[in-house]
Design a protein around this ligand. Sequence first.
Ligand code: UDP
Length: 336
Amino acid sequence: MNVLVIGGAGYIGSHMVRLLDSAGHKVWVLDNLSSGFMQAVTAGELIVGNMNDSALVKSILGDNKIDIVMHFAACALVGESCVNPAKYYQNNVVNTLTMLEAMRETNVRKIVFSSTCATYGVPASVPISEATPQDPVNPYGFTKLVIERALRDYSEAHNFGFATLRYFNAAGASPLGGIGEDHSPESHLIPIVLQVALGQRENVTVFGSDWPTADGSCVRDYIHVDDLADAHLRAMERLKHGKGIELNLGTGTGLSVRQIIETCREVSGVDIASVDGDRRAGDPPELVANASRAKKELGWEPQYTTAKPIIETAWNWHRNNPNGYANKMLVESKLD
Ligand code: UDP
């Protein structure tokens, strides 16, 4: 298929591009490089631009006979969305709607959309299935929910086929190397803990030690980024026939912040220092997926089911690229 990956220079999008290419699909990447990296695009054609540039999107869709769009381009930090909601409404809602209109006008009516467990808010119980009520507690989650609903409406009104995939915590890096997680500033748990292991930070702060969980720290469901990409590939195949689907993507296993730090110690062999701090605003205590629908509908089964192998791939990336893509550029220009 001819696939346009919007946000393909970002963390999850770049893993998707690699998988699509190795599965024999033709890939175009549209990314404004606001948080993505040119070096992360290991296949296909990179077009640097904005998804709200209708003329650009329409020409990419039409000129290349695109069959399906995968949409990864979003602002995705809960904390930032609380202090700067306009950025989230503009990018995640307004720009996405503009892009959907460009799709409609060029008659490209299939899309795989990156959504999030943040659309569920603070669930009454875990694990979270797709039947769990969606009641986001921060602007980030709400902006994703708006597009989820828009896709249902576009499906009814304009015959769009859509797969909405609600990720739990994306983690790890391609075992093939070369691509991985690089945010600045970094706010995600596993990269921060591994930066401590690399001596780039003194310690990691555990956000809250009095949560109603087994060890008092927050529990999340960490899903390997290649397992996420695999689910997208399967969803894309399914969209050849189906109309619309909404699926949770997680392993179904909850891991606490302390368990993650302990596994990072084990993998890196470094006695990573941690300190207990205050709770972080907007954090639900426990988010764990019931992903049985994805298994049933897509035949999808995560290959990484425990923390250690996930963290090993992340550790390889961070150890080999201690400054992320900046470091890669330096190394590659030295090699030239
Ligand atoms: N966390 C932490 N210290 C940090 C960063 C994150 O204790 O320096 C916790 C955070 O409160 C959450 C979990 O680690 O419970 C995962 O956070 P992350 O930002 O990686 O992902 P999120 O769950 O917000 O999508």
